[in-house]
Unconditional design. Structure first.
Length: 260
């Protein structure tokens, strides 16, 4: 009987290949099989050992459930063949990366696994745009939020009043298509219309672009600039700091947010 292998659920970081952790890189180098997502920097795969099997599992809109089932099957199958499997995910595997679901599947099948944290885009992309998500003078709290739920589709389970009034900085993932809805809901629940907002496309990469505006103006700015996914939406007073501490060279879109 073949001895069972092991699965590593690894965060590849937000885009810049240098932002992967040392342990994450070791997992790539030692893997017999690498199952990787759409947003993983392809240069990281150059560190795979000779003969490693590379399996792409990028998800297209409307096909997430089917592909996720296939990923579960691959993880179990390859590990039961005695292989070392690295499941490589963009950002951090536990921040909207389904690491919890995949770990549950592995646990049910008795397959050993480890979760290897990564740098998440909700912190890294703003940092590259000159926006720290917390700051002693602006923000003592920070919340990461899924941005794709829509009330009209019956899948919006967010507590909008709590988001609008209970956290200083908000980072929305997967929300670029819902940006007008997000802004409207925050305003409806008490967030001032002049609250600064930044939308960061392809954060930490050479393709990074940032649009800056307010809850009232950002949707039109993003539309006119042609920004699309992947993007992180940052809402809060910390966005004002971009004007002072922006350090990463990129193309900028949108109106300037005053620092006073």
């Amino acid at each position: 009987m073949t001895a069972c292998g092991k699965v590593y659920l690894v965060g590849a970081g937000p885009g810049d290949e240098k932002l992967i952790t040392v342990y994450g890189l070791e997992c790539i180098q030692n893997a017999d099989v690498i199952i990787y997502d759409r947003l993983v920097n392809q240069n990281l795969l150059k560190h795979a050992k000779s003969g490693a099997e590379l399996i792409y599992c990028g998800k297209e809109p409307g096909k997430h459930a089917r592909i996720q089932e296939q990923i579960h099957a691959w993880l179990v199958e390859k590990a039961k063949q005695g292989k070392i499997v690295t499941r490589l995910k963009g950002g951090d595997p536990c921040v909207f990366g389904r690491a919890g679901e995949e770990a549950e599947v592995l646990a049910r099948h008795g397959i050993p696994f480890e979760i290897v944290p990564g740098v998440t885009a909700g912190i890294a992309a703003p940092a590259y745009a000159g926006i720290p998500v917390t700051h002693r003078n602006y923000a003592a709290s920070f919340t990461i939020v899924t941005g794709h739920g829509r009330q009209e589709k019956g899948d919006d389970r967010l507590h909008w009043e709590g988001l609008a009034k209970g956290s200083d900085t908000l980072a929305f993932y997967m929300g670029i298509g819902n940006l007008p809805y997000i802004c409207r809901k925050l305003i409806e629940h008490g967030k001032p219309v002049h609250t600064p907002v930044a939308v960061i496309e392809w954060g930490t990469t050479e393709r990074q672009r940032t649009a800056v505006g307010t809850l009232q103006t950002i949707s039109d700015i993003v539309k006119n600039a042609g920004l699309s996914h992947p993007a992180v939406i940052v809402v809060g007073e910390v966005v004002r700091l971009r004007k002072t501490i922006q350090w990463f060279t990129e193309m900028e879109w949108g109106d300037a947010v005053a620092t006073t």
